[in-house]
Design a protein around this ligand. Structure first.
Ligand code: DOR
Ligand code: ZN
Length: 344
């Protein structure tokens, strides 16, 4: 197959950041996605409906001429989030909130230190049919970073799903066989997003032959058996799994430094790279479900009406991109050849 047309996809997990960088990040996503779930981990974070509405306006203002791209806003849970905040968010049309365990990742210091204290918030989410989006890693210093997702499943995901049996939960950017198996075995109210980097790479791609800061993200890449499990699950076509790039831009200087930031800026080639993976798996017939159908179904939103076409035609990702502030950023897979190309 040298050409594939699918319903226009959505990105169910990404980071646009804020300020002048929006001109770059929003355009890169709007080139092929109609909607995106926008992560709220700004500094300060998006904590309530008013913050989300103001941020949404800034994103809309950054859309390229003629774009109908729709940002889907989320709130950032803290220890002080109330059921009232959730009710207000529901009234404002906000579909989801994000749970970061405090300290788990970029701009998560203000996030949740006591998940048990959120019982009223979880009940309000369930009552309002809003989704809980979870960064599923424990942060205990004695837990090895490669085990933090598995530990979160055992300590947290199991109990939460039992206590709130109808709460819709997205286990974001899963990275392990354990998470894939947990989601497969769970009820229809539990889904997961998967990034291009966790399908394409494993921890050797981070550490063998030198540290590769542009492959560093959180949750960190795992060993190859986990990568293989994620590839198997997307190739299976299960509707519990859908596209979420976790495109997460950090300037080059913040990645290539003694203490580099986590995140892969994948928006420049995400849909093309996912297509390449599905092609390698002999599962191009499952791409549309993953990219364009399973997400809207899980969120209870309509499918997009348009289509995009990808051609099997190789092109090379730029080595570097210049941000609106004049500083460079290195895109995910910079300088690599990509086998599929979006037909413009
Ligand atoms: O790699 C990551 N980058 N993982 C996250 O959870 C957050 C993200 C970011 O905001 O940079
Ligand atoms: Zn993320």
């Amino acid at each position: 197959m040298n050409e594939i047309t699918i319903k226009t996809p959505d990105d169910w997990h990404l980071h646009f950041r804020d300020g002048d960088i929006l001109a770059e990040t929003v355009a890169a996503t709007a080139r092929c996605f109609d909607r995106a779930i926008v992560m709220p981990n700004l500094a300060p974070p998006v904590r309530n409906a008013a913050d989300a509405e103001a941020y949404k306006e800034r994103i809309l203002a950054a859309r390229p001429e003629g774009s109908n791209f729709e940002p889907l806003m989320t709130l950032y849970l803290t220890d002080r989030t109330t059921a009232e905040d959730i009710n207000e968010a529901a009234k404002a049309g906000i579909k989801a909130v994000k749970l970061y365990p405090a300290g788990a990742t970029t701009n998560s210091d203000a996030a949740v230190t006591n998940i048990d204290g959120l019982a009223d918030v979880f009940a309000a989410l369930e009552a309002n049919n809003m989704l809980l989006l979870v960064h599923g890693e424990v942060t205990d210093s004695h837990i090895d970073i490669f085990d933090r997702e598995k530990e979160f499943i055992d300590q947290r995901m199991g109990p939460i799903t039992q206590k709130y049996p109808t709460l819709k939960i997205v286990f974001e950017h899963i990275t392990t066989k354990d998470a894939a198996e947990f989601v497969l075995a769970a009820g229809g109210n539990i889904g997961a997003t998967i990034t291009p980097q966790h399908l394409m790479l494993n921890r050797n791609d981070l550490l063998v032959g030198g540290i590769r800061p542009h492959n560093y993200c959180l949750p960190v890449l795992k060993r190859n058996i986990h990568q293989q499990a994620l590839r198997d699950v997307v190739a299976s076509g299960s509707d519990k799994f859908f596209l979420g790039t976790d495109s997460a831009p950090h300037e080059q200087a913040k990645k290539e430094t003694a203490c580099g930031c986590a995140g892969c800026y994948s928006a420049w080639a995400a849909i093309e790279l996912y297509t390449q993976v599905f092609d390698e798996l002999g599962a191009l017939n499952k791409l549309e479900g993953f990219a364009s159908l399973h997400g809207p179904k899980f969120y209870g939103l309509p499918e997009n009406s348009g289509t995009i076409t990808l051609l099997k035609e190789s092109w090379t990702l730029p080595e570097s991109i210049t941000l609106p502030n004049g500083r460079p950023i290195i895109p995910f897979m910079a300088g690599s050849e990509v086998q599929w190309k979006l037909k413009s």
